[in-house]
Write a protein that binds this ligand. Sequence first.
Ligand code: MN
Length: 323
Amino acid sequence: MSNLEAAPVELAGRGGEPTVGGAEVLTARDVPLGGPRAMRVRRTLPQHKRSLIGAWCFADHYGPDDVTASAGMDVPPHPHTGLQTVSWLFAGEVEHRDSLGSHALVRPGELNLMTAGHGICHSEVSTPATTVLHGVQLWVALPDAHRNRARDFQHYVPPAADLGDATARVFLGSLAGETSPVPTYSPLLGAEIVLAAHARLSLPAEPSYEHGVLVDAGPVSMSGTRLQRAELGYLPPGAATVELANLTDEPARVLLLGGAPFEEDIVMWWNFVGRSHEEIAAFREAWEAELDQFGRVEGYQGTPRRLPAPVLPSVRLKPRTRR
Ligand code: MN
């Protein structure tokens, strides 16, 4: 998806310190994605309190939205650099086209991982059969050694692993004996977990990782801290387990994100991840000049033919550190 947010990151969250022994709560802010088919998303990363969880640097949760009247998602070709995008759906279907020549249908429970590397562009359009659109868009920052690699696209359907009162779909990394075959460029974990009513789950955690739990259906508790729908709980490195509990009479659903703390400072603006203001400005100019860095999307039928880049802010873009 394209980040159409024009305003700078605003203060969000409850402002409190993490509960001792529990998780820090990152609340979402509503962000309109703009355009004629405006969607609203709930963004938990990045925000004032936290920029990254491992290499996860962006998290938008949206829906469930009835799109029979609104015509759903239609994001014209737009560029990315220095990151990977994970499109994860709970409902609906999205047609993906990119400048690698990939033409894929994004469906619930299936990983579609696009690696921008040095530069890629893509379009995303919900299919006519889609009545409800519901999902998450996540970005992964690429470390310096890999951020200029060639563009790539991976599709993987993780099995539903039985964890007793829960099922897990491990789409990146390893959890509870399941390992995704999709390579990552920093130590990373991504999994969808569905918990039965009132289920409690103690997941073995990699102690060197920090962890996030993004709630789709809840409330749930993460290591004793209550999280509502669209909230992101955070645990710093050092945890031996991540404790999850479904606090409701209905199934609950979360995404568990994890990774080794990402120690490089990044500059994020629009759809680019770079390392300096000058680099981002050069990416923007290359996109506006339709240079080969991003390639071309074939087959996109909508308008505009490509998304224009916003104007750079008048102040210099500043790096984000881990916190
Ligand atoms: Mn995108």
